[in-house]
Design a protein around this ligand. Structure first.
Ligand code: NAP
Length: 305
């Protein structure tokens, strides 16, 4: 409970700031050692205005930690082959260390094209089969940033997960499934619910921790939750021009002990996680590179600055 009554609000901003501060130091050290900045390529296919705004935010946050970002705009009429060629070029570019592709893609393009082409070493949003497989084996991997943000908020807020019953609502590859795996890693007892789950209400009433990643505005209401539960609301839905989550925040706040707000909960942390995975990718690529090639690259980078 917060000192003024009502549940504790698990706001993302202080956690994101903490993560970004660590990233900023690592970026400065990287730049001192390598002579150039880590760079994130953000690929936008087609002219989707909300995506464009979101990607501009990511580019700004790259700059805020001293990294650089490159917006790569691809025509919405491109073929799968063209998209594959663009991604292959970014894979090969030694001055690009992380790549994200804005979803959803235009309908005629396959997600598989992206997932199968991206170099796992630059896959800072954890969508490639290698990173997904490593995560499911409990090994070190780049993780889907939103899923990791959802769990990071709980861990960094000191919410006990060991032995707790956690229910994740949603089983997408980008949020629900990886969030469940990350909760397992924290020793929670995890159940994943989805659109075919029988008696979701009954299941949720057993949960100490709920992660809602459904994509339906205000879907989980207070009457579905156990008193004292901790809730992470991953949802981002626009209703009448406002952002609302997948949890009906007003009724949920009557019963839960802690909840992430929307907006201002998972979103900012997702962004910070992306940056932390970018600097990790850059550090690993530098460590893995043969010396001669690094010297040539450093020379090339100096020439660019
Ligand atoms: P998604 O791919 O559409 O997946 C939604 C999941 O919810 C599916 O597994 C679906 O089940 C399940 N579901 C749908 N209706 C349900 C119902 N009536 N009862 C139980 N489960 C139901 O969505 P997503 O990409 O995972 O995103 C989930 C939410 O997170 C969205 O609101 C999205 O906007 C938000 N999001 C937030 C961030 C952030 O940074 N905060 C980033 C990405 C996404 P089936 O598998 O059976 O269809």
């Amino acid at each position: 409970m917060s000192p003024r009554g009502g549940p504790r609000l698990l706001t993302g901003a202080p956690i994101a700031a903490e993560i970004r501060a660590g990233v900023k130091d690592r970026v400065a050290a990287y730049q001192r050692q390598q002579g150039y900045r880590p760079c994130l390529a953000v690929v936008l296919v087609g002219k989707d205005a909300p995506s464009f705004v979101y990607l501009q935010q990511i580019l700004r946050s790259c700059r805020n930690v001293g990294a650089s970002g490159r917006l790569v705009e691809v025509s919405g009429r491109s073929s799968n082959a063209h998209l594959r060629a663009v991604l292959s070029e970014l894979n090969q570019d030694p001055l690009i260390h992380g790549i994200i592709v804005q979803m959803p893609l235009p309908k005629h393009l396959d997600l598989e094209t992206v997932v199968e082409t991206l170099d796992p070493a630059k896959d800072v949003d954890g969508i490639t089969p290698l990173n997904a497989g490593l995560l499911s084996l409990g090994k070190d991997a780049f993780q889907p940033a939103t899923a990791r943000a959802a769990v990071e908020i709980l861990v960094r807020s000191g919410v006990e997960l060991k032995g707790k019953r956690a229910v994740v609502v949603g089983r997408s590859n980008v949020v629900g499934k990886p969030a469940a795996l990350l909760l397992l890693r924290e020793h929670a007892t995890v159940t994943v619910a989805h659109s075919r789950t029988a008696d979701l209400r009954g299941l949720l009433r057993t949960a100490d921790v709920v992660v809602a990643a459904i994509g339906r505005p205000n879907f989980v209401t207070g009457s579905m939750l156990r008193r004292g539960a901790v809730v992470v609301d991953v949802g981002i839905n626009v209703v009448d021009g406002s952002l609302v989550g997948d949890v009906d925040q007003a009724s949920a706040r009557e019963v839960v002990s802690a909840i992430t707000p929307v907006p201002g909960g998972v979103g900012p942390v997702t962004n910070a996680i992306l940056l932390s995975q970018l600097i990790t990718a850059a550090e690993r690529q530098a460590a893995a590179e043969p010396r001669g090639r690094r010297a040539r690259r450093t020379g090339a980078a100096h020439a660019l600055h």
